[in-house]
Each structure stands twice: as C-alpha cells, then as structure tokens.
Design a binder for this molecule. Structure first.
Ligand code: FAD
Ligand code: SF4
Ligand code: SF4
Length: 489
C-alpha cells in the first residue's frame, strides 16, 4: 500500500499539459490514498485521505469528454460530469465547483458516500472499454477533491435569496432530503424552519455514517451554510410529540410542510434472546459512537460496551459501518454474519474491501436461530444455522435456504443486528390523514411529492424506504420545486 506522498510522485510523473486520445486511454486509474489499516483501526479519523492536486488533474484527464455523456444519466441529480471533470483537468477548480453546484448542494458528502459504481461510474465509457467498472473515471473522488479544495480555501459562496414571499414553511428532519429542500425553499424567499428530533442536525449523515467515512465537520458546515442563508434550525423538536403536523399548519401558520423524517426504525432479527444485554441495533450502536462520541471515554455522555467478540448480522453498508466501528471501539474480533454468499453482499465493494483489510471476519451462508444468554442475562453466543442458496427472491438475489440439523453454537458477547431500517410510525400515528403503504412509507404524487394532505410534501427515505443520500437529496429538491409552485398559487 503506497503512501499519499508516493502516489503523488507517481501522478506527477504522469502529468502533462495535453494528452493524445491514445495517451488518455493509457493513463492508469489514480489510487485513493488511505490510512494504513493497522493505524486506522485505532482512530476515528477518515480512512480515505483524498487526491493530491497531481492525482486529481491526472485522473480528470482520463475522461474522454464523451459527446453522449452516459455518466450523467447515472447521476440522480444529473451533474454535468464531463463539464466539471474537464475543468479539473485544466486546474480550474473554482469553475468545476460552480458547475457541480448547479445540480448538487452536497458535493463533499456525495463525493464520499455515493455508491458511484452503481450510479455515474457504472455508465462511464472508460470503465466499459476496460470491461471493469472499477476502472471508470473516479468521478466521486474528483467531486470530493473539488469540494474539499474549495472548502480549504474558504470559498463557500452563499446563494442569492429571493425577496421575502411572506410564506412560512416547515421542514421536518435534517437529513440530506431536508437539507436540500430547506435550501431551495429558502432561496425562493420563504421563511424556513427546520425541525429535528435529535439534539444535532444532519440525520443519518451525523448519527449513522461513521466519522471515518464522513467527517462530521463537513455536515456541520452544510448546516452552518443553511443557517447563514436564514434557515431557522430547531433541534430537540419531535414532530408528532412536541407538536403535531396539524397544529403546525392550523395554529402555527405554516403554509406548507416538507417531511424528510427518514427510515430510522431498526428491524430486528426476530429470534429468541434478542432482549439480552449485549444486543444492540446497529442504529443504537452507531448513534452512541457517532452522535454521542462514546469513544471519547473521558468526556462522552454515553458509554459504549467493551466487547471481546462481536457478531454483526447483515451485509449492507450499515453492517460494514457497525463492524468497523466495533473494531475501533476495541473489540478483539468482529464477524459479519450473512445469510447469503459474498456475491450477494449488498454493501459497496470498497467498504467490504476496507472491512477485510481491517480484519473483519465474514461468516457467510449462516442465519441466526437464537441469541443465547448466561445466568446474568448477558449474551454468551448465538446459535447459527448453515444456509444454501435457493431460487432468486423478489430482490433478484438467490434466497438463503437454511439446512435442517446444521445448527451450531458460536461464542459472542455482543450482537448487532444490521438488517435494515423501516420508517418511524410517529408522524403517521399522529396524523392519520397521511396515507402510507404497507411498509409505512408515505404515498406521494410522483410528480410533486405531495402527500395525501394538501400542502404537505415528503421525500427521501420516508418515501423511498432506506435508500441513498443522493436519492434523498434529489427528492428534497424535487419537492421544493413543487412546493415553490404550490406557494406561488
Ligand atoms: P435521514 O438522513 O434519515 O434524516 C431524517 C432525520 O429526520 C433524522 O435526523 C431524524 O432524527 C429526523 N426525524 C425523524 N422523525 C422526526 C420527527 N418526527 N420530528 C423531527 N425530526 C424527525 N447512503 C449512501 O448514499 N451512501 C452510504 O454510504 C450510506 N451509508 C449509510 C450508513 C448507515 C449506517 C445508514 C443508516 C444509512 C446509510 N446510507 C447511505 C443511507 C442514507 O444515509 C439515507 O438514505 C439518507 O440519509 C436518507 O436521507 P433522509 O433525509 O431521507 O433521512
Ligand atoms: Fe456520481 Fe453521486 Fe456525484 Fe452524481 S452526485 S456525479 S452519482 S458521485
Ligand atoms: Fe468522461 Fe466517463 Fe463521462 Fe465519458 S462517460 S464523459 S469518460 S466520465
């Protein structure tokens, strides 16, 4: 594994003022510099260190500026990718930032956490020509480079705000859907109030995704920008308990509401023993560490369990985050237990690779039967059953079929289910007129994202189910546009 300095020297050797098409096609993919695994498992700092200037310029020159730009079709917010990458290629980072900002409000975040290999980079001509999506132009890495460079230079222009409209708008939640909606609503001149249940804004960006993947100062700076634009951020305000949606609209004078309350309700394993001490939902485990900094044992307001052997159930990004967090919190051994095979793991390849490098073990084709406790009610292990792969299920992945008689006890002292999240039922419970589907997701008009209540719009995970940051952001913007039209009537 090369250091950032070594990678920079290599990039410097490849940097030229101009390239022929043949030379462009031959430029090797620039590797993202990362902290060494043996170092990073002892700290919470970001694993990926970001491109150097030489690396960014060389990587940008791998782009062929395709006329039909298939990459743009893969980006949910349709960033002008060849446009911004072309500017990076000639070192004009400010212009690159301006191009990205036309479509995305959160480039430092999306550049880090977007599943690019399934979005923009999946369609990249360079990756296609090399028959390997991993060889596509590093669009996300370049986006991150642009955003980080501008932030480091203190270049963060505020958008212009239209004259006051006299309309008052509420935004529920403070995740990416709500941040994007609030920004666009405020730009239109409305008086915007953002209500967040937790004591800190940012949604999953703050309480879910760990610091080592997304530094919280980046999210804080986006929220700070909203405040500078004049958005009122109200924390510790649980819509449905502190005040109902109905009261907000009928008594508090809100003309429209955007609900971006996310999918924060953890799904549990549904096996005996799940209430034992030492079983934590991934949400709780991650929230204690990310939001409440339990790793800062001197100052934290909440403790974290000191584990020896941890089992994390699930195979998505949340499972990887929980497993890698457990290592950093001092666990001696962490195992991901997943019912299917490696091929079906839904987490990003990069995250799986990072987890493996850090020493996370993978116990594939195993499903939980029960969590077992000792005489004090503490977890002492789990009984697992071996599975084989059967026919594809509704998700298109081959389904796990437990093999009878294969049950076996495995010793663990901590169990973390990370098998998905559903929507929190509180707003629905306190606002019966909101129509939801059987999963509890709000049903909305596809064009406007308006719910069954006039003037109440919704977007992000509360509509899509657990999805992605960029999809949530796209929905926030789409709803804001429809809300601006609605408020102009
Ligand atoms: P959220 O980010 O969930 O924000 C909702 C906010 O609303 C929360 O702050 C919540 O406290 C608040 N809220 C809820 N109810 C109320 C109420 N009644 N009153 C007031 N406030 C309320 N996506 C990616 O693209 N890449 C990744 O790498 C990635 N990793 C992830 C890792 C983890 C651990 C998790 C949990 C998710 C991850 N995701 C990832 C998914 C992504 O974070 C979500 O899709 C996205 O954050 C959804 O945004 P949102 O704005 O809809 O909701
Ligand atoms: Fe790709 Fe995400 Fe950036 Fe769009 S926002 S260009 S999908 S990394
Ligand atoms: Fe550049 Fe790839 Fe997009 Fe073509 S598809 S414009 S090579 S990023």
């Amino acid at each position: 594994m090369k250091t950032r300095e070594e990678l920079d020297v290599i990039a410097k050797g490849l940097r030229k003022d101009s390239y022929t098409m043949k030379e462009r096609m031959a430029i090797p993919l620039q590797e993202m510099p990362v902290q060494k695994p043996e170092v990073r498992i002892h700290n919470m700092s970001e694993v990926a260190l970001g491109f150097t200037e030489n690396q960014a310029i060389v990587e940008a020159n791998r782009c062929l500026s395709c006329k039909n730009h298939p990459c743009i079709d893969g980006c949910p917010v349709r960033i002008d990718i060849p446009g911004f990458v072309g500017k990076v290629a000639v070192g004009d980072i400010k212009e690159a930032y301006s191009i990205i900002s036309d479509s995305s409000l959160l480039p430092a975040i999306c550049g880090r956490v977007c599943p690019q290999e399934n979005q923009c980079q999946k369609f990249c001509t360079v990756g296609k020509a090399r028959k390997d999506v991993e060889q596509s132009v590093g669009i996300g890495r370049l986006e991150r480079y642009v955003a980080d460079t501008m932030r480091a230079e203190g270049y963060d222009p505020l958008p212009s705000i239209a004259p006051p409209t006299g309309k008052k708008v509420a935004v529920v939640g403070s995740g990416p859907a709500s941040i994007s909606a609030a920004a666009d609503l405020r730009k239109a001149g409305h008086d915007v109030y953002m209500f967040e249940a937790l004591h800190k804004g940012g949604g999953v960006l703050v309480y879910g995704i760990p610091e080592f993947r997304l530094p919280k100062k980046i999210v804080a700076s986006e929220l700070g920008k909203l405040e500078k634009m004049g958005v009122h951020i109200v924390t510790n305000f649980l819509v449905g308990r502190t005040m109902t949606l109905e009261t907000m609209m009928k008594e508090e004078g809100f003309d429209a509401v955007f609900v971006g309350s996310g999918a924060g309700l953890p799904k549990l394993l549904g096996v005996p023993g799940e209430n034992l001490v030492g079983v934590f939902s991934a949400n709780e485990y991650l929230t204690r560490s990310n939001l409440m900094h339990s790793y800062d044992t001197e100052n934290a307001l909440t403790p974290h369990i000191v584990s020896r052997k941890v089992a994390v159930f699930g195979g998505g990004n949340v499972a990887m985050d929980a497993a890698r967090t457990a290592l950093r919190l001092g666990a001696l051994e962490v195992t991901i237990v997943y019912r299917r095979s490696e091929e079906e793991l839904p987490a990003r390849r990069e995250e799986i690779g990072h987890a493996k490098e850090e020493g996370v073990k993978f116990l594939l084709l195993h499903a939980p039967v029960s969590v077992e406790g000792d005489e004090n009610g503490h977890v002492k292990g789990v009984i697992l059953q071996t599975c084989e792969l059967g026919e594809p299920d509704a998700s298109g992945r081959r389904s796990p079929v437990p093999i009878p008689g294969s049950e076996k006890f495995h010793e663990f002292d901590t169990v973390i289910p990370a098998i998905g999240n559903g929507s929190n039922p509180l707003i629905k419970m306190t606002t019966p007129a909101i129509e939801t589907n059987r999963r509890g997701n709000f049903i909305v008009n596809e064009d406007t994202l308006e719910t069954s209540i006039q003037g109440v719009f919704a977007g992000g995970d509360i509509v899509l189910g657990a999805a992605t940051v960029i999809l949530a952001m796209g929905q926030g913007r789409k709803a804001a546009k429809a809300m601006n039209d609605y408020l102009a009537r």
